[in-house]
Design a protein around this ligand. Structure first.
Ligand code: SAM
Ligand code: SF4
Length: 469
């Protein structure tokens, strides 16, 4: 939650967005005395981007976005329920809102907790007026109209749909990287995961719409795009064009003005050679693949219903390693899945050694409602999960430091997206999505692509000097 505040404050204090993106926003500005909204977001990148689209819906209804909840006629809270802690925070946060809520203010809960808890939210927090899951965002205009008309318990909880959330306006927070959701929901059935229940079935967007949105982003001055989806590479074009995911990447890379194309998250089972070939042929497609493995143990992978074995996952890695340029691979790992033995955990450690990921998100298994793993026997004690997590993080830290040290004196291209408080210090991302901190005496580098000579590293970032010319 604090994180989401940081992001918002950062985006509000960022330098002006590219001219045309700003003009989209300006075009949607309502009269100063119109309704106002405050939108707080918690969770993954998809939630952040959903919020950008929700904000677009509100702007097109004449609302104005404000920086403080106290100043808003409508407070919206976009929630995450991927792990228990995230979901628990929602009700304590709603308590904070209750204490500050003025007579004419309304509050709505969006996202995964909205879908998961449904009308129960009205019971536990009767001051909430709207509960809407992400699969119902397409109905937001009608739902908002009901709230505006004084509706007290308005719900959007329809989860069985083949429609996607299309907006005319997207209120983009990031002026450097534009996000585009290409596939919503998930049809996999990992036994630990709430996403299929909270985000509904898999629905891909029409390739023509995606590319039109990207062309518009390029017209606005964006040079970098990230395609989003829980299983982004399971994309299936519903239009007669029937573009494959790899073809969509290539088409995106060919749009004039676009210098970087990213995508996340890829599911190993749907990852094929054609994606690597598309990357090989188009340097605009970034050198980075996020390919969550979750566990190094064949038995645990089966219990998780991940649909691939350790060997099959390693075959995908071999495809990536055979690419003509080095491609960074990052992953997600869950430790302490029910009945995971020490030996099985050791298999995850050995996988880390074998693959040497460039980055890793690691989580302690968290039991979630409606999931098959909830009723699996032999839960691992919290203390043991914490112990395994610490070992895993330490192993990955060592690997990252060793590998980053090897980049000393290399030149990397950095898309600069921030200025540090320290003089002459900037930061940005390399094509392989590494954070790079660099020194440069240039007056303004924001949004620019610069070459940086690597002089050092921390476990999670590179440090270097701007190379002029
Ligand atoms: N669709 C992606 C995939 O299949 O890899 C992952 C999306 S999920 C939002 C992000 C990550 O959260 C997962 O990769 C997994 O590591 C973690 N996660 C999901 N459910 C979890 C649970 N019940 N406990 C702990 N971590 C979980
Ligand atoms: Fe969850 Fe598995 Fe779908 Fe990823 S693929 S969102 S982990 S069910």
């Amino acid at each position: 939650m604090e994180n989401s505040f940081d992001i918002r404050l950062e985006s509000l204090t960022q330098p002006p967005a590219p001219a045309s993106a700003e003009s989209t926003f300006a075009a949607a500005q309502p009269a100063a005395d119109g309704p106002t909204f405050y939108l707080e977001t918690f969770g993954c990148q998809m939630n952040e981007h959903d919020s950008e689209k929700v904000a677009g819906v509100l702007l097109s209804r004449g609302y104005q976005q404000v920086e403080r909840p106290e100043a808003a006629s409508l407070i919206l809270y976009n929630t995450c329920s991927i792990r228990e802690k995230a979901a628990q925070k929602v009700f304590s946060r709603l308590g904070v809102y209750r204490d500050m809520l003025g007579k004419d203010q309304k509050i709505g809960v969006l996202g995964c907790v909205a879908q998961q808890e449904g009308e129960e939210i009205f019971k536990r927090a009767p001051w909430v007026s709207l509960v809407c899951g992400s699969a119902s965002y397409r109905n937001l205009p009608q739902l908002l109209a009901q709230v505006e008309a004084g509706g007290q318990r308005v719900t959007g909880l329809d989860n069985e749909t083949d429609e996607t959330f299309e907006t005319q306006i997207t209120r983009r927070d990031n002026p450097w990287r534009g996000y585009i959701t290409i596939i919503e929901g998930c049809d996999k059935a990992c036994t630990y995961c709430v996403v299929p229940y909270t985000r509904g079935p898999e629905r891909s967007r029409d390739s023509a719409r995606i590319l039109a949105e990207l062309r518009q982003l390029a017209d606005f001055g964006y040079t970098e795009v990230q395609f989003l989806g829980q299983t982004v590479n399971s994309y299936r074009d519903p239009s007669p064009r029937k573009m494959r995911f790899s073809e969509l990447l290539v088409a995106a890379a060919q749009i004039p003005g676009i210098r970087r194309v990213r995508f996340t998250t890829s599911h190993p089972s749907d990852f094929g050679r054609d994606i690597v070939e598309a990357m090989d042929a188009n340097p605009v497609i970034c050198n980075h693949i996020h390919l969550p493995v979750q566990s190094g143990s064949v038995r645990v992978l089966r219990a998780m219903r991940r649909t691939y074995s350790r060997g099959e996952y390693l075959e995908k890695i071999a495809l990536i390693r055979a690419a003509r340029r080095p491609i960074a691979v990052t992953t997600d790992i869950i430790v302490g899945f029910p009945s995971e033995t020490e030996t099985e955990f050791a298999e995850t450690l050995s996988l880390l050694d074998e693959i040497r990921y460039s980055g890793m998100f690691a989580f302690k298994y968290s039991p979630r409602p409606n999931t098959p793993a909830l009723s699996m026997p032999d839960a691992i004690p919290e203390e043991e999960k914490s112990h395994r997590l610490a070992i895993l993080l330490e192993r990955q830290r060592t690997i990252q430091l060793e590998d980053l040290h090897k980049l000393q004196n290399e030149i990397v291209e950095v898309h600069v997206d921030g200025k540090s408080k320290k003089p002459d210090q900037w930061y940005g991302h390399s094509s392989c999505n590494r954070v790079v901190n660099c020194t440069s005496a240039s007056a303004d580098l924001l949004g620019q692509y610069i070459n940086v000579c690597v002089t050092g590293c921390t476990p999670n970032s590179l440090v270097g000097d701007h190379v002029l010319g």
